[in-house]
Design a protein around this ligand. Structure first.
Ligand code: NAP
Ligand code: GDD
Length: 325
């Protein structure tokens, strides 16, 4: 039986990746940091909380990572842990750099010291393209990050490349464009929209405050995207891949899709709050996933409309259950 270790298993992608690896027959281990409250809602939502083994550790604590690798000997390590909210990265740039940049280095170092044959996946991001240098971004597009988060991810990305080149490690970076789901954090724009639209439909709220709704993103479904992470570690050689849909949509149009689905006009509810604008913005992202299609046989399956519908329905159901108590 193959054993995989996931950092960030309590997050959106960690939960879907755990579900997928379990379906492939893996023994799934996850690093869980000490918090004052339990934080396994997403694993419970997918009904897998009792099927994975959660291990105390923190990607800021190198010794905990070394201990876990020595004790459990995973063959694959997926580094999904991060301070992943771009907005917060301006409020907490040092914490973001420690977790998102140095955390990845800690995991790479732990692998190098314990067993360099362990395969490593780094969660890189389209946020690294930032102020885009090419209309459609691919593996060869130059980077220009626009946030402390993007800069931290770029450091982790190059460390992954460097460990591959320096130590011949099987270390891959997936450059994933935005991906969402019903278990997306409430602070990210798609989920903020689907959750608030559902509350408005149920008469619990009457306005949705947003920042810059003219920005555009290439949005896919997390359930589709975690399969690409797995495929990268099964590929015959370690390489980096862009994972995207190839379609871009504005936040405004995404709002329209969500409200339309509920029979509402978004223009009646959305208010623009200048406080929510970012100090530096990534105006538009659109990825070219052809390398992943060609070499991994991976393709995005879920359309934005299908995903938003799934998210709105899940939010409606959850809010109704909360009301019932
Ligand atoms: P997420 O929901 O915010 O999950 C982040 C995870 O990191 C959580 O499990 C969190 O644990 C964990 N974490 C934070 N600090 C940690 C620490 N010091 N030690 C150990 N774990 C820690 O993010 P996501 O959307 O699943 O994204 C997964 C990864 O892909 C992230 O690295 C993100 O930056 C990257 N990425 C995401 C997207 C996207 O669109 N979703 C696109 C490209 C790249 P707690 O639950 O304890 O907070
Ligand atoms: N969160 C949020 N809240 N975003 C808003 C809002 C709002 O009220 N109003 C407008 N936006 C705009 C943001 O300014 C941004 O241009 C866009 O909506 C998407 O914002 P997020 O959903 O927060 O995602 P992100 O693109 O900044 O970052 C996500 O994707 C990256 C990959 O490109 C995160 O998942 C990152 O971790 C990930 O690396």
């Amino acid at each position: 039986m193959k054993t995989a270790l996931i950092s960030g298993i309590t997050g959106q992608d960690g939960a879907y990746l755990a579900e997928y690896l379990l379906s492939k027959g893996y023994n799934v281990l996850g690093i869980i940091r000490r918090l004052s409250t339990q934080n396994i809602e997403r694993l419970s939502y997918l009904n897998i909380a009792d099927k994975v083994k959660l291990l105390d550790g923190d990607i800021l604590d190198l010794s905990s990572l070394i201990r876990i690798l020595k004790d459990y000997k995973p063959g694959e390590v997926y580094n999904l842990a991060a301070q992943s909210f771009v907005g917060t990265s301006w409020q907490q740039p040092i914490l973001t750099s420690n977790v998102t940049a140095i955390g990845a280095l800690n995991l790479l170092e732990a692998i190098r010291l314990v067993d360099p044959s362990i395969k490593f996946y780094q969660a890189s991001t389209s946020e690294m393209f930032g102020k885009i240098k090419e209309t459609v971004q691919s593996e060869t597009t130059p980077f220009h990050p626009r946030s402390p988060y993007g800069v931290s991810k770029l450091y982790a990305h190059w460390m992954t490349v460097n460990y591959r080149e320096s130590y011949n490690m099987f270390a891959c970076a997936g450059i994933l464009f935005n991906h969402e789901s019903p278990i997306r954090g409430l602070e990210f724009v798609t989920r903020k929209v689907t959750y608030t639209a559902a509350r408005i439909k149920l008469g619990l709220q009457d306005k949705l405050s947003l920042g810059n709704i003219d920005t555009k993103r290439d949005w896919g479904h997390a359930r589709d995207y975690v399969k690409a992470m797995y495929l990268m570690l099964q590929h015959d050689k370690p390489e980096d891949f862009v994972i995207a849909t190839g379609r871009t949509t504005s936040v405004r149009d995404m709002c329209e899709i969500a409200f339309d689905y509920l029979g509402l006009n978004y223009e009646d509810y959305v208010v623009i709050d200048k406080e929510l604008f970012r100090p530096a913005e990534v105006e538009i992202l659109i990825g070219n996933p052809s390398k992943a299609e060609k070499y991994l046989g991976w393709k995005s399956r879920t359309t934005l409309e299908e995903m938003i519908k799934e998210m709105v329905e899940a939010d409606l159901k959850r809010i109704k259950e909360e009301i019932k108590g």
